[in-house]
Design a protein around this ligand. Structure first.
Ligand code: ADP
Length: 491
């Protein structure tokens, strides 16, 4: 199949969180299984460490009045079956951040940037005559594209195309005010309840969900959660009406890119056979570098992630005084909301020999934490899938997770019976409360004191296979269904 991935992010060109990882590694895994995959994304120079990809075309335009006069296409073909086409529009995408400025504030012209993105992608498809069986849209950034295609006069892409919309996180809805409707270029009739109107505004995610032949999200539990008012965040009704088309498919990780046996950032590389020695060396190195007491007998808990309300870092405050009596150490890496960054920094200042924190986005430090940590704490209020816990397991750090969404689907709670059967890979806590947090850390510390139990957890976590091997065939099935629906509808 010819699959066009349309996304704001794809590693290695851009990554601000899991979206970039997932689109990059899923595309690669699909190409390796024989599909022809083209990834279309904005060219964001600040997000890419390597040399700029080659220019394929310049001087294109979309002839929409508000769009930049001209844009270009850059291309990279890392291997057989996989092509990246990057839309090079410097006045819209050559900025410090992908979605917002250094202070975390969203750019005021995001509506212009991402409505342009949809039109530019259509232009590139035409310009390059890209054969297309499936358009796979990721999150809200690409959601308008099918509508723009339907209402554009000149588009050559008229053959039926299966459309798949993936919801990586329903909290990000591409919601804009009614006054901004002009940017869509769509007729006013599409601003309706049955159309893209959304609680008085309009939403690019709603556009994608309605246009899609198949809708996916990133774990089966999150797919269920999205149907309830609590997690559906205004989309529960729309999704319930399209429930038969909704599938949850767990994200995979690239096991070669994330491999403690070959990771050059680590003090000591290790595999399952050498994990004891390897992790001990990595732990000691991190403790020394980050200014924590270099003790092997207390658990070191890592945290890596966006500092947003979703990720629940403020859970640390709920029970800091209890934890800090207990010698458990925390190494925290993240960036995001200013007040949460401050909270973490203050916590580290208050308890310097227990909590250390770094604010920023550092791939290398993230890897060093996964390798050094005994446990990995994810108190997310909600979690569509979560990659960090999968990476932690790959590196033998045992996830301690709030039992929601993809965290339920990927972490097996340590109970007497799962420990006995050697299937346990982590710890769940069920309520977001001081009591529950104290309880789960008491279980973690008890397990940590028993070498036998802890080694069993490490072995099961490291052996759990979260590669794309199981998820790629599920996507292929969804693509096939989307194509059949599209052919039947003649879209
Ligand atoms: P989300 O997509 O909600 O941000 P995920 O757990 O799905 O969360 O994915 C997070 C990804 O981003 C992981 O690869 C994680 O290592 C990485 N990451 C998040 N914050 C940072 C940071 N401050 N520095 C380095 N890597 C980070």
């Amino acid at each position: 199949m010819n699959i066009l991935m349309v996304s704001a992010e794809a590693f290695p060109f851009s990554k601000t969180g899991g979206l970039g990882d997932v689109v990059g590694s899923l595309s690669q895994a699909l190409a390796q299984s024989g599909e022809q995959v083209t990834v279309l994304l904005p060219y964001w120079p600040a997000g890419h460490a390597g040399p700029p990809p080659a220019r394929l075309a310049t001087g294109l335009n979309t002839s929409f009045p508000g769009d930049p006069a001209e844009f270009g296409i850059r291309v990279d073909r890392p291997h057989e079956g996989l092509t990246y086409l990057l839309i090079d529009a410097p006045n819209l995408f050559d900025r410090a951040g992908l979605y917002g400025d250094e202070t975390g504030r969203a750019y005021l012209d995001n509506v212009a940037r991402f409505t342009f993105f949809g039109r530019a992608v259509l232009k590139v498809i035409d310009h390059c005559s890209l054969p297309t069986d499936v358009l796979h849209l990721h999150d809200w950034h690409a959601g308008l594209l099918p509508w723009q295609r339907r209402f554009s006069s000149g588009s050559k892409t008229v053959a039926p195309v299966g459309i798949v919309q993936t919801i990586h996180n329903i909290a990000y809805q591409g919601r804009f005010a009614a006054d901004d409707w002009k940017w869509t270029g769509l007729p006013r009739s599409a601003f309706s309840l049955e159309g893209i109107e959304f609680w008085g505004d309009w939403s690019m995610l709603k556009a994608g969900i309605l246009a899609a032949d198949q809708i996916t999200t990133v774990s089966p539990t999150y797919a269920q959660e999205l149907l309830g008012a609590d997690q559906g965040k205004g989309f529960e009704g729309i999704l319930a009406s399209r429930q038969a088309r909704l599938t949850g498919i767990i994200n995979g990780i690239d096991r070669d890119k994330w491999n403690p046996a070959s990771d050059s950032h680590l003090e000591c590389r290790y595999d399952l056979a050498t994990v004891g020695v390897g992790k001990a060396a990595c732990k000691r190195r991190l403790q020394l570098d980050w200014g924590l007491p270099a003790r092997h007998d207390v658990p070191l808990i890592g945290m890596v992630g966006r500092l947003t309300e979703q990720k629940g870092i403020d859970a640390l405050l709920l029970f800091a005084k209890h934890l800090l009596n207990r010698e458990t150490q925390f190494a925290i890496l993240g960036q995001g909301d200013r007040n949460l960054e401050e909270l973490v920094t203050q916590l580290a200042e208050c308890y310097p020999d227990r909590v250390r924190a770094k604010i920023g986005f550092h791939e290398s430090e993230a890897r060093r934490i996964y390798a050094a940590a005994d446990g990995f704490f994810m108190p997310s209020r909600f979690e569509p899938c979560g990659l960090s816990q999968l990476l932690a397991m790959r590196y033998g750090a045992i996830p301690i997770v709030h039992a929601v969404g993809g965290l339920i689907d990927t972490v097996v709670d340590a109970t007497p019976s799962t420990i006995e059967r050697r299937t346990a890979t982590g710890f769940h806590f069920h309520r977001w409360s001081e009591e529950a947090l104290i309880g789960v850390f008491a279980r973690v510390e008890e397990a940590f004191r028993s070498r036998l139990v802890w080694d069993g957890l490490i072995a099961s976590a490291m052996q759990a296979d979260w590669s794309w091997a199981k998820s790629v065939p599920q996507y292929q099935r969804v693509y096939g269904q989307a194509c059949r629906f599209a052919q039947r509808a003649g879209s």
